[in-house]
Design a protein around this ligand. Sequence first.
Ligand code: AMP
Ligand code: TRP
Length: 332
Amino acid sequence: MTRKRVLSGIQSTADSLHLGNYLGAVRQWVALQNEYEVFYFIADLHTLTVETEPEVLRKRILATAAQLLAIGVDPKESAFFLQSHVPEHNQLGWVMECLTGFGEASRMTQFKDKSQKSGSDRTVVGLFTYPMLMAADILLYQADLVPVGEDQRQHLEITRDLAGRFNSRYGKTFQVPDAYILKSGSKIYDLQNPTAKMSKSSSSVAGIIEFMDAPEINAKKIKSAVTDTGREVVFDEKEKPGISNLLTIHSLLSGKPIPEIEREFAGKGYGDFKAEVAEVVVEFVRPIRAKALELLENEPALMAILHTGAAKARIVAESTLSRAYENLGLVR
Ligand code: AMP
Ligand code: TRP
């Protein structure tokens, strides 16, 4: 029996993953690896669309890899690798660029948002072609399912369009992948501004729980989270966004259903509740951080894991690329 394929990637844009990345996206990576054949990678080439100091980038790539392993990505059950270790991504990326209309690429909302923010002179061409590299990432592995956050939905759509277009022009070459978007409830909000998404780009540091922060810091952040007027611990996203966010976090990490937590805190105040959420978060993050730090201490061993992953990935990537080239009429 052949298992369906799952593929996903994450950029290495920060020193630490935050609770939003974890609960909204990478938590799924671990859950899916036993049931599917999985390919997980760090989109280090996509990260180049934002200029970063080489030393900082290097550190972030290794830290992201270590944290994903610490969270439970299993290098035996998956192909876990760096995008830049598999050159076929760029090679198929070019093919995807030659298949994409200029207008079509201009309509990508992430490109429009990001380029509007920085102005056209400071927007790099790589940001424009970002979705075509992402399409190549996915199509190279004939992925059936791609778990991503809601913000990546449009990139998945263009990937499906490109796969279909290639297949109808040049013969069936690529699996047309489905997006696997986590339901709401896994969207995590800023602790200081609970109507905005927890995000390293827009949240203040006090609003984000970072996996690589010391436990005391994270405990303090939860205890100082903005809560709402009133004193009952009940889930009500409209009237009580702060408490609702903390209930979501507690429930996803502890596995307890929200109504059960509400019952436990009936008649108690926000203070007791926040203390327990802090405990749940700290005890969840503690072993992950410790494991990541341990992995980072032995860089050669970490690199060996990534190289093994890239070798596994390349077997599939080479075969897909060579079929695509052949079907295009490139002489082999
Ligand atoms: P980013 O590095 O911000 O692009 O996030 C990487 C992944 O984490 C994406 O798939 C996002 O959808 C997901 N993510 C980021 N922030 C949050 C959040 N606050 N809640 C849920 N998911 C998030
Ligand atoms: N663009 C994705 C993000 O920012 C990261 C990514 C790159 C990705 N290539 C991918 C995700 C392929 C899934 C599949 O979150």
